[in-house]
Ligand binder design. Sequence first.
Ligand SMILES: [Zn+2]
Length: 311
Amino acid sequence: MTIRTVARSALIRSAAALRADKLTLVLRRWLVRSGLSPRLLAVEMHETPERDAAQLRRQLEWAARHFQFVDLSGFANLWQEYRVNPRLWKITKPPLLFTFDDGRQNNYTVAAPLLESFGTHGVFFVVPQFVQCSPQEARQFYYSRIDIREFPPSLPDEETRSMTPDQIADLARRGHAIGNHTYSHVNLRTLPGSQLHHEIVDSAEQIAAWAGQPVNAFAWTFSWDSITPAAWKLIQQHHRFCFAPCPGSVDCRTDTPSLIWRIEVEVDYPPADFRFMYSGLADALWGRKRRRLRSRLTDALAAQSTHPHSS
Ligand SMILES: [Zn+2]
């Protein structure tokens, strides 16, 4: 356990003891309903194995009491409605969108049907090269490209597999959104510029061919700053939404679809942990990183458009 995880769990325990998560949820709901702070929330999840299905259901039951579940188009429409006429924005609970990274097979078998049982649909960010792995290659790909921690947990084979092209097509037919998570799960920050097109644009085309519909959403891999202005620009040229692995809630007034914050909540989080994340108490801790990221990306592009010939 690092100092950071110890500090985080102490913070979560104190928040739970003080009922701060509950108070913040009530406050957030009131601020959204009154229109004083129009916020949308996007969740970033990863593996959803069968053995945790009951736990995920309990988490969704809890979340459904505090949030209004929306799919990607519902999320976009509410945002747009607010921009067009804030006074007509009538919602009773803060909107919540579920997104899943890496296109894991257990997202198809466990998460998608569960979301449907709650009347909603998710966004599934897939990785074409992972999709194309044979069952024998998938494990090697998973531990060299996706979970690259020094001491990752050793998962059973069936939990290191990607969904298949047929499963992607099936999800799209059922109303879920299929998003782009780079062609081979690369870190866009360290990727040579010559490979950006393949990892972003070829990837979107391949996924669209499987899904049978255009790909509107992109999510970059790894950490909040695994991105460059050039990669972000190319993403925007080919996608309407870009999701960041950087926690926060989306402020309809000041945020843009090209940079959408997501809070990470995993299926095995105990109730105190997921309540803490959903409540928005973690948002404040990430304020500086959100500002840094936004200014790093937008300042570089603004400078580029003022001096188009400088590199
Ligand atoms: Zn990923």
